[in-house]
Design a protein around this ligand. Structure first.
Ligand code: GTP
Ligand code: MG
Length: 630
């Protein structure tokens, strides 16, 4: 699906189909199937948190607009993402009418839970189709639903769909065509729906269920058997810890070969340019600025993909909500709800989707605290910084015969982020005054094998995001930095490399006053500045700065050995500690501003994270210095 031009009058005229249903029933999978889009699909509730629009054409050649919406349990919204769904169907959004057709998607394995919303939506009076989704799973489990009877009971078309199978959407497309021409309808106000008592709806649900489905007993359910082990009070946390540990080990031990390949490629290209080009500014821009800068970030692609390989599998198979359950107690201890788990986990990719996912949290204070600590989770932009410093300073040694020391250090850094997030949450909750805890109400989806297509698509998306960041923002900053680092040139009789006298050098030396107490030299200070825009730029910036700092004719070699030769261990550790907190990320701060509609919280966030980063680096540096006897 290409980008939609919403202003195009032709598109705005098309009939609008809205996909509605409980969380995790397969709306987005169906949306992707209809439109060819690649919205995120995963096996837990609350994946979609925004309204997404696409286009498709029915078999009769009728073009439609289609909306994917956040899942909702009911139209009386409890969370900000449910409110989006309610407002869209009720036509309460500015400049938008109710959809022309509602496709109510239900999980056929969980009709009991899903029917309530169907009945609620039906009262709105909009033209409606019921998509009985996941019938493949239902059949396997011996659940029989009489679709024809259900259609009679509800008075609407009922079709069976399998959103994850090629062609699994055909029946729905035919049903949409059959609805044309649409009758004019009058949409009922939400108040009319809220007026119906819940008990009445529940009675209705029970009656319909009894009429249309077999009274199946789902004994020996495999998911439950797995949960006996995975949610076991002792085994559960052990399995979770082992899983996390395995991930970080793999990030280092699997990545070597592909990283070397990229490194060799970039290095070879630099060599080629260096031998075939005249010495001069252009060569310096290409070799030191672009290859030394952007190239040194690109090298981390394999590690990022390995990390996401695991995250995507865990997301798709249904393990994540279990982890939320296991950690609920722990998170409750610091005043967070288990609901915060998934937003926080998303923050390991990037704090921005994490902060947006906090919309699924009902309690405003819980939501705020979750937003405030999300950037303490180690986002993937920090991975290159960590990996670079670890590769340079931590020896490639085995611990206890099977663990790599480098992986262990990486694990410790991630852990430090989590631990400090918990500490900050505790302090913030204290500051807001104590309040009672809400029990965690999370649906545990059935386990299923990860779909290879989802996995491939997810990795592809990740690779695209990373490479396009390298090609756009990182490259631009690198070129800018190269200019600032190359002009003005060195004066007569200079004793330092030219960069020392450049604008960037001046800036770095100015900042050194602030950062010298925590062990940062002027080169690191320069790198911190473009790191404000994107954290991984710090790595590229170090690449450029050190390439330009090389005296003589040495070509930009691998960054790790250069920094290993020019920093002390306390400096390296201090920089690692800095990046556990790394207050600088403009895009995160602007999303916090948007999600909280106030400047107060982004400012507070920047302030507290800077203070933490400085303190942590100071302590790390001083202690490391004392221990190394300097
Ligand atoms: N076997 C099977 N799996 C399905 C089907 N439809 C969806 N899934 C899986 O069910 C899970 C949830 O799918 P999503 O499309 O993310 O569900 P959603 O309704 O958009 O969920 P939210 O955005 O959280 O409201 C994913 O793991 C899908 O791969 C289906 O028809 N059959
Ligand atoms: Mg979705």
């Amino acid at each position: 699906m290409g980008a939609l031009d919403h202003s195009a009058p032709v598109v705005a005229q098309l009939p609008m189909v809205a996909l509605l249903g409980n969380p995790n029933c397969g709306k987005t999978a169906l949306f992707n199937r209809l439109t060819g889009a690649r919205q995120k699909v995963a096996n837990y509730a609350g994946v979609t948190i925004e309204r997404k629009e696409g286009l498709f054409t029915s078999p009769d050649g009728r073009p439609f607009r289609v909306l994917d919406l956040p899942g909702a349990y009911s139209l009386s919204a409890h969370t900000p993402d449910e409110a989006i769904t309610r407002d869209v169907v009720a036509g309460l959004r500015e400049g938008e009418q109710s959809p022309d057709v509602v496709v109510c998607v239900v999980d056929a394995t969980n009709l009991r839970l899903n029917l309530r919303l169907v009945l609620e939506i039906q009262r709105l009076g909009l033209p409606m189709v019921l998509a009985l989704n996941m019938v493949d799973v239902a059949k396997k489990r011996g659940i029989e639903i009489d679709a024809d009877k259900l259609a009679v009971e509800l008075g609407m078309t009922v079709v069976e769909t399998v959103a994850v199978q090629n062609g699994g959407e055909k029946s729905l497309l035919r049903a949409l065509d059959a609805m044309w021409p649409l009758h004019q309808v009058k949409v009922q106000p939400l108040a009319a729906i809220d007026a119906v008592p819940v008990e009445q709806t529940q009675r209705e649900v029970r009656r319909i269920l009894a009429a249309v489905s077999n009274d199946f007993h789902d004994t020996g359910n495999l998911s439950e058997k797995i949960d006996d082990v995975v949610l076991h009070p002792v085994l559960g946390p052990v399995i979770l810890a082992l899983l996390m540990f395995l991930v970080f080990q793999a990030v280092f031990s699997w990545a070597n070969t592909p990283m070397d390949l990229i490194k060799d490629g970039v290095g070879g290209l630099g060599q080629l340019l260096a031998t075939h080009m005249q010495e001069g500014l252009l060569r310096s821009l290409l070799v030191e600025g672009i290859l030394g800068g952007a190239g040194s970030v690109l090298v981390f692609l394999p590690q990022i993909l390995i990390l996401f390989f695991f995250i995507l599998i865990l997301e798709d198979c249904g393990y994540l909500p279990r982890a939320a359950f296991l950690l609920d107690r722990l998170m409750g201890g610091v005043g967070l709800s288990g609901r915060a788990f998934i937003p926080l986990l998303s923050s390991f990719a990037c704090a921005i989707p994490g902060i947006m996912a906090a919309r699924t949290i009902q309690n405003p204070r819980d939501r705020l605290v979750t937003i405030m600590i999300a950037p303490l989770m180690t986002c993937s932009a920090r991975l290159p910084v960590y990996a670079l410093i670890i590769a340079a300073f931590i020896p490639e040694r085995e611990v206890a015969g099977f663990m790599s020391l480098q992986g262990l250090v990486l694990f410790a850094l991630y852990f430090a982020g989590i631990a400090s997030a918990m500490a900050v949450a505790w302090v913030m909750k204290r500051g807001m005054g104590s309040q009672h805890q809400h029990p965690l109400m999370l649906e545990l989806p059935s386990y299923h094998w990860p779909h290879l297509r989802n996995l491939g698509m997810g990795l592809w998306e990740r690779a695209k995001i990373f490479v396009s960041r390298v090609g756009t923002i990182i490259l631009t900053l690198m070129i800018l930095l190269w200019f600032l680092s190359s002009f003005p040139g060195a004066p007569e009789g200079a004793t330092h490399p030219p960069i020392y006298y450049s604008l960037a050098g001046l800036l770095g030396r100015g900042l050194e006053f602030i950062f010298a107490p925590i062990g940062f030299n002027w080169q690191i200070c320069i790198a911190l500045v473009p790191g404000l825009a994107a954290r991984e730029v710090a790595v590229g910036a170090l690449g450029t700065v050190y390439a330009l700092s090389q005296t003589g004719d040495e070509l930009a070699q691998s960054l790790a050995p250069i920094i290993a030769g020019s920093w002390t261990l306390p400096t390296a550790l201090s920089l690692l500690a800095w990046y556990v907190f790394a207050p600088q990320c403009m895009s995160t701060l602007s999303v916090v501003k948007r999600e909280t509609s106030s400047w107060r919280y982004p400012l507070l966030m920047a302030g507290y994270m800077f203070a933490l980063a400085y303190t942590a680096s100071f302590l790390t540096y001083r202690i490391a210095l004392a221990l190394s006897g300097a």
